[in-house]
Design a protein around this ligand. Structure first.
Ligand code: GLU
Length: 342
């Protein structure tokens, strides 16, 4: 089912009236985990381009957006950072809506790869990228979007990201330019994809879309609301605008669960148990189906490319609030009900 332009879809949550005490309780949880990990200086800021190496490493913010429309954020809530690989989840959803499930699967698979995210490789059994969360898969998605939408592809991506966040987003032109100038590895992947017949477009045109989508600026609140939009079956819970269709959302969240956290995806699935996508800008967007989205920003990364404090915060929140999908208490699935708003 495709996302309608601005109508509501069945089954998503109503804008809620979170009680003052429930709000204070969530804010208390966020503050506690924020303060718990504030002193953590482990990891290293991404430095593959000078623009990212310049990012102040101590920034730290986190936000929860409920599918009732409420947002609660603590820490560096106004810091803007580039969305980077977190964009891959959202362009996947857009492609699924644009060309459908079958055609999307023609250009990209759904299997975890076991290779680094930027590996210049395809699945030998299909001659397609393993999944849309590694660079090869995301570039295939951008290429198919460019084929389907033509020159307005990036504008439509930005428009959908903006709708998912509930505000007009912009591109960090310096990061874009840096990615473009230094992106030889991604260009190699682009040529591999073209040689394999995944798309038949000039590689630089496809990479232009890919680098631009990675360079979109967001805040933790944006990531949380984008996550809540996915959790709310594709409808932004604050603006009530439809962004993605229900089938696209289901596929997207499923692939986030198995492939969203680089080489740490299996560990994340066990320890946190909430579908998520990270980016080397230091952001993580997590989705608790039908309940909420989480956004975290802390630029120091672990060896796999995931935010160190972001991982710790998500694990702690998942433990504290019982959010793990397979937690024996199953509290995550009735989180809103427990707050009296579901
Ligand atoms: N623009 C980055 C690249 O393609 C994204 C990396 C990431 O966040 O994983 O290399």
């Amino acid at each position: 089912m495709e996302a309608a332009d601005s109508v509501e879809q069945p089954g998503h949550s109503k804008v809620g009236t979170l009680s003052i005490s429930a709000r204070a309780e969530i804010e208390g949880n966020l503050r506690r985990v924020h303060d718990q990990f504030l002193g953590n200086r482990e990891g290293k800021v991404a430095d593959y381009i000078p623009e990212l190496a310049k990012v102040p490493p101590d920034q730290f913010g986190l936000a929860i957006a409920l599918t009732t429309g409420e947002v609660i954020a603590v820490g560096d809530v106004d810091s803007r950072f580039t969305i980077q690989s977190t964009s891959k989840a959202l362009t996947l959803a857009l492609l699924l809506d644009t060309v459908g499930h079958q055609e999307t699967l023609r250009v990209v698979g759904t299997q975890p790869s076991g290779d680094p995210f930027n590996a210049i490789t395809l699945d030998p059994s299909t001659n397609r990228p393993f999944n849309p969360m590694v660079n090869a898969g995301a570039i295939a998605v951008s290429g198919r979007l460019l084929e389907a939408l033509g020159p307005s592809a990036f504008d439509q991506i930005l428009e959908h990201f903006s709708r998912a966040a509930g505000r007009e987003l912009t591109v960090d032109e310096n990061v874009f330019e840096s990615e473009r100038v230094t992106g030889h590895r991604n260009r190699a992947i682009g040529h591999l994809l073209r040689a394999a017949g995944v798309f038949d477009l000039p590689v630089d045109d496809v990479l232009d879309v890919y680098f631009r989508q990675c360079s979109i600026l967001v805040t933790v609140t944006d990531l949380a609301v984008m996550g809540a939009t996915l959790a709310n079956i594709g409808v932004n819970p604050a603006t009530r605008r439809a962004v993605f269709g229900v089938d696209a959302v289901r596929d997207t969240i499923s692939i986030m669960f198995t492939c969203g956290m680089y080489d740490g995806a299996g560990d994340w699935a066990c320890k946190v148990g909430v579908p998520a996508k990270s980016g080397v800008g230091g952001g993580i967007m997590a989705v608790l189906n039908r309940q909420l989205g989480i956004g975290v920003f802390s630029p120091r990364l672990d060896i796999a490319g995931n935010s160190v404090r972001g991982k710790l915060v998500c694990r702690s929140l998942a433990d504290e609030l019982g959010l793990h999908t397979f937690d024996w208490t199953n509290m995550g699935s009735s989180f809103l009900k427990a707050l009296g708003v579901g």
